[in-house]
Ligand binder design. Structure first.
Ligand code: SF4
Length: 343
């Protein structure tokens, strides 16, 4: 019988587990605190549990940990890309971006991705599998341990479409924001979706506090479908309607991400259309100069980026140009991919 991985179990699931083992309910809080507070990785270290209970736990459960396979640090900006090996031999990447004594971590939610955005290296891998909640959140714990820096901000923009792994993603977020665990602030977690419409609506209805970002990347359906085939199913107007629903329901603003691809989606006309699309929405816009990854795409020259940005001036929403970190180590937006499948 395979052992239950305790890393990734919510407080409620841990309560069920200790009840089934005929232990009092408070044991689950103790175990939770050992795993996420004191960050131990063996039952022997849980010294406020009886030896007999620890032995029974060791027989039926484990505390999973991602194995570091490789890491690489950017010479330009000190961001570090970690390659973590999973139990089944597959691997995922996470990128740590330090700033002022703490760090932002770009987290993966799947091995590969089914969305197939034409400018993205992960999309080329296809989907291999979803990560478990434990595998998602352990990227944070491992990055903190390896770097010695507290991770304050999370962006779910690594490998995978987070809303294709909805339940595990939200369970990982719940544990990561638990006061007796890692205790991250909900508002410091950003979930970025390519626009999985039913999930945006569900997310709005469920009232989650984590911030939402939409990867838009184009202003006409023709253009967006060529870059992101899922646009055939959920075209731009529907995505904007869903975003409006979310912003009204949650009273939160959404971030639109727009990767600027030279002579593909970066004209002044594109900027004017983008302006029209977002006008009146509670949002902000991140313009992301492209990091060469796959396909025939290249980064827009600075003057095109500037001209695009200027067309958005005067909008009542914040507009930022976001230069990706770690682009010299293929850790920038759209560049994450594990080179050898099944490594
Ligand atoms: S950009 Fe995101 S959603 Fe699109 S293929 Fe890459 S990982 Fe998947």
């Amino acid at each position: 019988m395979s052992k239950t991985d305790l890393k990734g179990l919510s407080q409620n699931e841990l309560e069920d587990l200790v009840r089934r083992m005929d232990e009092p309910r408070f044991r689950s809080a103790q175990i939770f605190s050992w795993i996420y507070g004191k960050r131990v990785d063996s039952f022997d270290e849980m010294t406020n549990l009886s030896k007999e209970f620890r032995e029974r736990l060791a027989k039926s459960a484990t505390i999973g940990q991602l194995a570091l396979q490789a890491s690489e640090t950017s010479g330009k900006d000190s961001s570090t890309k970690y390659l973590f090996k999973l139990q089944d031999g597959l691997a995922v990447e996470s990128v740590l971006m330090p700033e002022d004594g703490h760090a932002t971590l770009c987290v993966s939610t799947q091995v590969g991705c089914a969305i197939d955005c034409k400018f993205c290296a992960t999309g080329k891998m296809g989907l291999q599998r979803n990560l478990s909640a434990g595998e998602i959140l352990d990227q944070v714990l491992r990055a903190e341990e390896l770097s010695g820096q507290p991770v304050r901000n999370l962006v779910f923009m690594g490998m995978g479409e987070p809303f294709h792994n909805y339940d595990n993603l939200l369970k990982a977020c719940e544990i990561l924001t638990d006061e007796s665990g890692p205790n991250l602030s909900s508002r410091k977690l950003v979930i970025s979706t390519s626009g999985i419409l039913p999930k945006i609506l569900q997310y709005a209805d469920e009232g989650h506090k984590y911030r939402l970002a939409i990867s838009l990347n184009a202003t006409t359906d023709e253009q967006r479908t060529a870059l992101m085939p899922l646009n055939k199913k959920w075209p731009i107007a529907e995505v904007i309607r869903a975003v409006k629903y979310y912003t009204e329901k949650s009273n939160q603003r959404v971030t639109f991400e727009y990767v600027l691809l030279n002579s593909v989606n970066d004209s002044v006309d594109d900027a004017r259309r983008l302006r029209k699309l977002v006008e009146g929405l509670r949002c902000k816009i991140n313009l992301i100069p492209y990091n060469p990854a796959v396909g025939p795409y290249s980064r827009s020259p600075n003057e095109r980026i500037q001209a695009f940005y200027e067309q958005l001036a005067g909008l009542k929403v914040p507009v930022m140009i976001r230069w990706s970190k770690g682009d010299d180590i293929a850790a920038g937006c759209g560049q994450l991919a594990v080179a050898e499948k099944g490594r």
